[in-house]
Design a protein around this ligand. Structure first.
Ligand code: ADP
Ligand code: MG
Length: 398
């Protein structure tokens, strides 16, 4: 049996149906290269979990490297300072880029910065330290970009995943730095491309008013052709074919959701145990769909198991108040007032507010717009409606 060419939970071997998004990134990088400066506002991709944002960004990063950019990958977190992390990531990339002795003094500076601003005990006042961090972020990016540009690269491409998770001050610093790079006459060829949950639509403008100019792009469900390609192309690379019937069954089951495509492809493969020249048939897809559903069930269960009865109450109310759509991701945001109404409490209820806050912090729900809430896992609302046992709910005494 050939090992499965599908990758549930990892970057796919073949990124299907994202040519528009990749083109937007390519265009931004081409401008950065040509102008020798940032070449536009923040370029941002948003969507629910499992829609393929990280995969898109990873592919764009490798394209950017092929296009002659020094690249750096960052992940937004609210529990670490961005500035020292960025200095470390940049220094790793610069070492890999083999600029040799030419990078030596910058590397020295970055290492110093990582130590200096990264030490929690460093006794700077909160305000001074925010300023210092902001300056460090801007200077580190500018210096790396300038060095790259001076040595056979076009500039620096920065990829920030989970942007909405980064601290407010760090989001702000990145936006301000980019603003400066856009205006710089003598050139700071830095492009910043980020991805995150739909709450990015508020997390960006909250950080800086001019963040409103961000070029926001929604990462959507895959179309039918893309689903077919996502399944067929990796199989064909190892001489295995899917019949048309099998593909149609898979398209119907996956409903455009990239994570389902990989789970289902992987499950069908495990059942078919193909050799070169083998064919994937509808019966294999049936097994694939079942095993994908089992794996999602386990994932959803484990999310639910960690919640307190009060939090489960909230989740249940939210799932029942969620307008039902046709697809797994067409679950529209629910208003806080309709959740409160479902629970039979006032919208201002403290207990409800606390549960909401805890679920937001856990990343199980998010607020894509003011007063609205949404599950971050597509399909979760429908699953909760079917599977959450009422006996697990709080009786109001916990
Ligand atoms: N364009 C795509 N084509 C095929 N599979 C994809 C695509 N985008 C994502 N996937 C798959 O979907 C799953 C989730 O992708 P990921 O990039 O982690 O999503 P996100 O970052 O939005 O949560 C992974 O298993 C990945 O392999
Ligand atoms: Mg991701």
């Amino acid at each position: 049996m050939i090992p499965s060419p599908y990758s549930p939970g990892a970057v796919p071997h073949y990124l299907a149906g994202r040519s528009r998004e990749l083109e937007a990134i390519r265009e931004r990088l081409a401008r950065t290269k040509q102008l020798g400066r940032a070449g536009g506002p923040l370029l941002a991709f948003y969507g629910s979990r499992g829609l393929g944002k990280t995969s898109l960004l990873r592919r764009a990063q490798s394209d950017a490297e092929d296009a002659g950019f020094l690249t750096v990958w960052a992940t937004g977190r609210d529990d670490v300072d961005f500035a020292p992390e960025l200095a470390r990531w940049l220094s790793t990339e610069l070492r890999k880029a083999s600029f040799g002795g030419r990078a030596k003094s910058l590397l020295g500076r970055l290492d110093k910065v990582a130590l200096e601003v990264g030490v929690p005990g460093a006794k700077l006042g909160a305000e001074v330290s925010a300023h210092r961090h902001s300056a460090v972020i801007e200077e580190s990016l500018a210096a790396a970009a300038t060095l790259a540009r001076a040595h056979d690269r076009n500039g620096l491409a920065v990829f920030v995943d989970e942007f909405q998770e980064a601290r407010l001050a760090d989001r702000r610093s990145l936006l301000i730095a980019l603003q400066h790079f856009n205006g710089a006459v003598d050139g700071c060829p830095v492009a910043i491309i980020c991805a995150g949950l739909p709450s990015m639509l508020t997390a960006v403008p909250d950080a800086a008013t001019f963040g409103e100019r961000t070029d926001f792009n929604q990462v959507d469900l895959l179309g039918e052709v893309a689903v077919a390609e996502a399944l067929r192309i990796p199989a064909e690379a190892v001489a295995v074919t899917w019949t048309d019937e099998a593909i149609l069954a898979a398209i119907a089951a996956a409903r455009g959701y990239p994570q389902h495509v990989q789970l289902l492809g992987d499950g069908a493969w495990a059942h078919a145990r193909p050799l070169p020249g083998s064919t994937i048939l509808p019966e294999h897809v049936r097994h694939g769909v079942e095993s994908a559903a089992r794996r999602l069930h386990t994932l959803y269960m484990s999310r639910l198991a960690k919640l307190t009865p009060t939090q489960k109450n909230f989740v249940s109310a939210m799932a029942h108040a969620t307008p039902t759509g046709t697809g797994p991701v067409s679950e529209e945001p629910v208003s806080r007032s309709s959740i409160a109404a479902y629970l039979g409490v006032a919208p201002t209820s403290g207990a409800v507010g606390a549960a909401r806050q805890q679920l937001l912090e856990r990343g199980l729900i998010e607020s894509p717009e003011f007063g609205k809430l949404q599950f971050t896992l597509p399909g979760f609302a429908a699953w909760v409606r079917e599977n959450l046992d009422p006996s697990e709910l709080s009786t109001g005494n916990d």
